[in-house]
Each structure stands twice: as C-alpha cells, then as structure tokens.
Design a binder for this molecule. Sequence first.
Ligand code: AHM
Ligand code: MG
Length: 337
Amino acid sequence: MNVNRRVLTLDEFTIQQLRHIPNATGELSGLLRDIGLAAKRVNVEVNKAGLVDILGDAGSVNVQGEDVKKLDIFANDQFTGVLHHGISCAGIGSEELDDFVAFDDAVSCQSKYVCLFDPLDGSGNIDVNVSIGTIFGVYRRVTERGEVASKEDFLQKGTQQVAAGYIIYGSSTMLVYATRRGVNGFTLDPSIGEFTLSHPDIKCPPTGKIYSVNHGNFFQYDEGVKKYIDICQKKTKTTGGPYTQRYIGSMVADVHRNLIKGGIFMYPGTIDKPKGKLRLMYECNPFAFIVEVAGGKATNGKQRILDVEPTELHQRSPMFIGSKDMMAELETCMSEK
Ligand code: AHM
Ligand code: MG
C-alpha cells in the first residue's frame, strides 16, 4: 500500500512533539485536539453561512455592547463544549461571555490548563464572505489542581501562555498554533477532515512591504502613529517604501498574512477610544505570543503586550504587531516628541 507519510496530521504532530518534552502528560496535545475538533464544526457552519438562515443578529448584545451574530454563539458553544468535555481544561474565558466559566466537575477540576478565546473574530464580515477566525490562548492554572479554577487562573500576563493559536476560515481553513518551541500551521484537508501540517516552523520575516491599519481613523491617532503611517507611504532608501496598505478588517486574516509575508498591523487608540478596540486577553495576547515566537514583536505603543498585567477579562488595548524591523521604525516614531 502506498501511504504518503509526508502528511502529518495535527494529532500526529502534537504527539510527536511530546517525545521532546520529558515528563509531558499529553494534556496540551489533548486540548489542541479538542480545539481542532471545535474548529472543524465551526468551519462547516461558516461554509454554509450563505446558504442557511444563520446570518444576522441573534437579537442579543454582547458585553462590549455589540450585536451578536448567530454564528458567534454557535462558535462559542462549540469551543466551550469540547473544552468542557475534554480532560485538559479547567475553565474558559470567552469574548462572548460576561465572565469566565470554571468547570466544576471532578475531571475538569483536575485539569492543568485554562483557555481564553475569541470564538469568532471579525464576525461582522460573515455576510460578505470575508475570512474570519478563532483566536485562543492557553495558560497553566495557578491554583491547585483538584480545586475549581478561579479568577487568578484567567487573569494572567501573556508571558504565562503555554500555547496560543488561531483558526482562519478563509480560502482554505488553517489552524496555526505556537508553543515556545515554534509556530506551525495546519491546513484542513476536507477530503479526510483532518488538519495537516502545511506550514512547518513559521518565521515572521524581519521586514516586509505591508502595513495594515484603519485609515478612516487617521486623524484620531497620536502624532507618532501618524508619522509612521506617513513614512509607510513615502519612498525612502532606509525602509524601501512606499509600502502597500492592506486592511481586511478581520484581524486573523490581516495578522496571518503579515506573519507569512512580513508586515505590520496596527490598531492604535483613538481620541474617542484611547484603548482602541481589541481585547488584551482574547486577541492581543495570543497574537503577541505567536508573532514573538515567530521572531516578530508586539506592543501597545508603550510596553510589550505580553508584559501587561491584566486587571479585567474584557480590557481593551492598543495593538502594534509585526516584523521586528518595521516595529523598530514605528517605535522610533512613537518615541520622538
Ligand atoms: P470583533 O471582535 O467584534 O469581531 O472585532 C475585532 C475586529 C478585528 O478582527 C479587526 O481587526 C477589527 O475588528 C476591525 O475594526 P475596524 O472596523 O474598527 O477597523
Ligand atoms: Mg474579536
């Protein structure tokens, strides 16, 4: 029989990785497998979104005061469900829920990890067929195993993540995840229903040609940000500009593209919203972890994102993330008075 062993599934890959880690229990592999399963279920519904009556508002409003689409709720329920029924997760925090959920059954209380996620980011793009995604960060709990997880398990700095990743429901569906060992990308093979390793050991190019920002807010940005955007648009010897502006308005798609091709993504604070729009725990921390492991940088304009001490689950943060040389140019602009 001719079996193509160059194709490694997500499960096979995570189990192989265990061999390099002495005393590993396999719980993280289990958790990633659970996330992969929820992703496949969400993918099926996202693909059907144009066909069935699943579009539109579900009639409720989430904790940020935004309309909730039906698919957000479906995705939230899928990720919460698989993590609850698995054996690796003691509780979850979700952008769609007011508060964290600690699983209080005996198996979950013995679990090592908690997971924070944005179940369906960019969901405003669903009805126009633009890529959307799921973002997740995994933390080792700080409370004793055996207890029900508590707030301190969820309010940890981004540096404490043991893994983080995203799923992009795009022209193909991909799951990308990082541990401190590296970043790897898996493309869903619909013929076998498995995520298969397609982008091993992703590295973010040190520089690139793409900048991503909402230009509509330009006049609301700080002078340093405006100055950097100005540089992006100019032909200079040092930067090799002008750069190309690409902004999908779906962070997973924008940051994924910049991670692979090199570039910078910015969601700065504005006069109206000084903390910007993105959520530290569900969007900024996971991406900061992934991009840093890949060799890039992520800050809030003043401080490394991963070093920010969280005070509340739903807090927002300005976000600047991407290729390290472009981030250095930005930081120079922001530090000049
Ligand atoms: P969401 O979590 O409500 O979907 O919002 C987050 C999304 C990001 O994916 C994207 O980068 C950003 O909102 C776009 O916002 P804007 O339209 O203000 O540029
Ligand atoms: Mg979001």
